[in-house]
Design a protein around this ligand. Structure first.
Ligand SMILES: [Fe+2]
Length: 302
């Protein structure tokens, strides 16, 4: 079967590329789908979410009329969309979702990791340090409480990053598909587990289903790029795309809103809190991609 990600098949790539760019949302509002009850999706709602994800590998749901702090909302929403294999880590809550909020003075281990601070987070996909057999394919972020100011998420479909990089120079794609393109040195990780050195590609194509997968971080500490000229040039070109792409969408999640995605590229801006606006997001990382099978949805109790 022909693949748009085959560097030798420019015709397949062109056709896919042109359709992808033409359909890609140019405003974050195009991603938003209001849901009556994310815990019990209707057939139409599943279709609406699926259309967004077909265009951009992500959708934003909105259910501001429900109690935003209810963790069953993102958990059950994900389950209906094929997200069942949740990655747990020792910082996650008992249900496997992580509560992303500043750790405060007595925060202990959490405060050592940037997600649990007020600091900005640069471009990355989640779990970029995981081995290929533990790839994070799906990610959800549910907003229980927004910040007083800041805390937006910039978002970019990784397929768009692939397109912009391949258009700049197909050799850059080949370089970033090398199994030793990116190396995370041996370290203690967020799970407080000692991990050996980890090498892998930035872009990979799933051998069975054919989808594109991306692992990336713009961090410069604790990451080693392959030391050849084309890889170094590719990394720089990718960073330039992420700084300037006209396709970047910026979302400010309000309470009751959330992102569902196939682990697209994202950032977080720095933010400030107040007692009434202490930013709290529930994050889920999954070994599954989103699936939109409206036939399996239970009938919505109207
Ligand atoms: Fe993230």
């Amino acid at each position: 079967m022909r693949s748009p990600f085959d560097l030798a098949d420019d015709t397949a790539y062109r056709a896919w590329r042109d359709a992808k760019l033409a359909a890609y949302p140019r405003s974050v509002d195009e991603l938003v789908v209001p849901l009556a009850d994310p815990r019990h999706l209707t057939t139409d709602e599943i279709e609406d979410l699926g259309l967004r994800c077909a265009r951009a590998n992500m959708a934003i749901y909105s259910a501001p009329h429900l109690p935003a702090g209810d963790k069953s909302i993102p958990k059950q929403l994900g389950q209906q969309l094929g997200l069942t294999r949740l990655e747990g880590n020792y910082l996650a809550d008992e249900d496997g979702l992580s509560s992303i909020t500043p750790a405060g003075e007595e925060g202990g281990a959490r405060g050592d990791f940037i997600p649990y601070t007020h600091k900005p987070i640069n471009w990355h996909t989640d779990g970029y340090y995981n081995t290929l057999d533990r790839r994070i394919l799906g990610m959800t972020l549910h907003c229980a409480q927004d910040a007083e100011a800041g805390g937006e998420n910039a978002l970019l479909d990784h397929e768009i990053a692939y397109i912009q990089l391949r258009d700049a120079n197909p050799d850059y794609i080949a370089a970033l598909m090398q199994p030793d393109a990116m190396t995370i040195p041996a370290r203690m990780d967020e799970d407080n587990v000692a991990r050996p050195e980890q090498s892998g590609p930035v872009f990979a194509v799933d051998p069975v289903q054919g989808f594109l997968y991306m692992r990336y971080t713009a961090r410069t500490r604790s990451i080693v790029w392959k030391d050849d000229a084309v890889t170094q040039a590719a990394v720089k070109a990718l960073a330039d795309i992420l700084a300037n792409s006209e396709y970047i969408l910026t979302a400010r999640l309000r309470p009751g809103m959330g992102l569902i995605c196939n682990n697209v590229l994202h950032t977080r801006s720095g933010f400030s809190d107040s007692p009434e606006h202490r930013r709290l997001l529930y994050r889920g990382r999954y070994y599954d991609r989103l699936r939109f099978d409206s036939n399996k949805a239970p009938a919505h109790a109207a």
